[in-house]
Design a protein around this ligand. Structure first.
Ligand SMILES: NC(=O)c1ccc[n+]([C@@H]2O[C@H](COP(=O)([O-])OP(=O)(O)OC[C@H]3O[C@@H](n4cnc5c(N)ncnc54)[C@H](O)[C@@H]3O)[C@@H](O)[C@H]2O)c1
Length: 253
């Protein structure tokens, strides 16, 4: 893919989708820093990428903590002298199961969802944007979800946070587009990550397969490919968009 090699990319949230993205970017020659709340996982992921011949560092990140986000950005600057792109991808999917409905969900679940999926994304944007501008431009890719548009009877906090991420993305694209900053969002459908594979109820898997206009559910590499494309120079005229990568489950207009 044109214009990925040598780019410095920071990935915030290196779980199932994030891990695939880190590998995909590094395979294409990018230098990747991955941060995750699970610091040991981030370090192990970076080791695995380096063993495969890529350039990657990992560190612990709490995306809701301004100092921690600053430290992530600083680590990339110290190592590579600048940043070309960031994939803001973290979400607390542990609490999403308690995100029942707006009457019943504990406010602590709402607050935690907003902390990670909203405040954290704002903190990343505030930390990395000046660095992209110093570089003469760059790309921000946020992970949203089709849940932002589905209108479901469950997980209102998650859907609200993802809709807000899309609003943030449009703001960044609109405010800094002429300074060569591109911001876009990827909205995955149901993506079966390694962690999820063991716990996904058969009934949910079958229901998802009934509504997808494909023969299978999503895999992390499906999302990684879109993120890599949006980071690359191939996507230089793409700005302010939400891309559903969902096997055709939700058909956006
Ligand atoms: N898997 C799906 O079906 C699906 C569908 C739509 C959207 N998404 C979105 O894709 C993204 C990745 O999800 P995933 O499926 O890979 O899940 P995942 O749980 O494997 O990855 C999320 C990562 O975020 C990290 N994280 C949580 N809180 C954090 C914090 N405070 N600071 C830093 N990191 C933190 C977790 O440790 C985890 O590694 C999320 O934004 C999620 O909402 C996933």
């Amino acid at each position: 893919m044109r214009g990925l090699g040598d780019k410095v990319v920071v990935v915030a949230g290196g779980g199932g989708i994030g891990s695939a993205t880190v590998h995909r970017l590094a395979d294409a020659g990018a230098r990747v820093l991955v941060g995750d709340l699970d610091g040991e996982h981030a370090l192990a992921l970076a080791d695995a990428v380096r063993e495969a011949g890529g350039q990657c560092l990992g560190m612990r990140l709490d995306i809701g903590d301004e100092g921690s986000v600053r430290a992530l950005v600083d680590a990339a600057l110290n190592e590579w002298g600048g940043i070309d792109a960031m994939h803001v991808n973290a979400a607390d999917l542990q609490v999403v199961h308690q995100d029942s409905d707006v009457l019943e969900e504990p406010l602590a679940v709402f607050d935690q969802t907003m902390r990670v999926s909203l405040r954290g994304h704002v903190l990343c944007t505030r930390a990395v944007l000046p660095e992209l501008l110093r570089r003469g431009g760059g790309s921000l890719v946020y992970t949203s979800s089709d849940a932002s548009a589905f209108g479901e009877p469950v997980r209102p906090a998650y859907a609200m946070a993802k809709a807000a991420i899309e609003a943030l993305m449009r703001h960044v694209a609109s405010r800094w587009g002429r300074e060569h900053v591109r911001a876009n969002a990827v909205a995955p459908g149901l993506v079966v990550t390694p962690n999820m594979a063991a716990t996904l109820p058969d009934e949910l898997r079958e229901r998802a397969l009934r509504v997808v206009r494909s023969t299978r559910l999503g895999a992390p590499h499906d999302i990684a490919s879109m993120v890599a494309f949006l980071v690359s120079d191939e996507a230089e005229w793409i700005n302010g968009q939400v891309f559903s990568v969902n096997g055709g489950t939700l058909l956006r207009t």
